[in-house]
Design a protein around this ligand. Sequence first.
Ligand code: EPU
Length: 320
Amino acid sequence: MSPDAASPEVPAGIRVHPRVGDLEATLRLALSGESLVRAKESLARRTTLRVGGWADLLVEPGHEADLACVVVEANRLGVPWRVLGRGSNVLVRDGGVRGLVIVLGRPAFAVIEAASPLLRCGAGVRLNALSAEARRLGLGGLEFLAGIPGTVGGALRMNAGAWNAMTFEKLEAVRSMGPDGSVMEQPSGAIPAAYRRCDFFRENIALGGVFRGEPCSSREVEARLDELNRRRWATQPAAPSAGCIFKNPSVIPAGRLVDELGLKGTRIGGAVVSDVHGNFIVNDGQATARDVLGLIELIRRRAREERGVELETEVEIIGE
Ligand code: EPU
């Protein structure tokens, strides 16, 4: 299958970034055999909401040295780039992403090193793998990460949270790469993070973090995991989504507001406001990014007009 055929909803007239061919040729020569380079890669397949067009170029660097090379070469050629984790908090527009998308999906970025009560995790480690390791070692306090369908890199970028806990509260140190390819390790306290927000990672790439658990028994951790799992499945939908669409405004949780506005079940094309939780938009399998964006706008307008509340999206909306 050609890459174009994989994304039938990409509108006609999309032109790849003019320097992306040069970048691809350079990287194919410069990177080690552990790296993957793919042109016109569908991002619908790489996001949990399963919508959106392709990236002009997608690279999975084999290790940090290759990642530094990718960043330096993209900057030299003036090709815009961004990092994508598991794509669980991202909405890619149907026209796709011009330039380069970097995914830290190779094994070198998925290493967990335990020195109890500390767990050093690469950016590519899945949060449920982190929490499984914490359970194995009898480390509590990290259970909230288990049900978040993301990676450590995404959790750092967004200061991901659930059940009144946030990523940065559990971190000792953060490893990152600057836009010039240099690697830094800093105490987490040196990096400002707020509710679902860490601006440091707009410019710098999250390479990993050192998490601190609280020693207890594996059985206690397991009991808390079971309880949170039960609560999550009772309150959040299982269908493909990008998690919560809006940040919670200070006056009312976004999910309750959408519910009170009577918008649950509202559909545009294949995108539906979840019947289970009002702050989730689910894909029935046929949705396009345009459908999802249409629903987001409809909800924002109703919230503004009927309740005077300005909803801000929590998912990151990228592409054209
Ligand atoms: N509610 C309704 N109707 C709904 C949904 C919620 O009335 O359709 C009410 C609930 O009954 C509750 C309140 O709204 O009284 C808040 O709902 P919930 O407890 O489900 O939490 P939330 O604020 O909607 C937050 C995070 C979730 C996280 C959960 C659990 C945000 C935007 N959302 O949801 O995070 O999983 O708490 O801790 O902060 C995400 O970030 O993507 C995400 C899903």
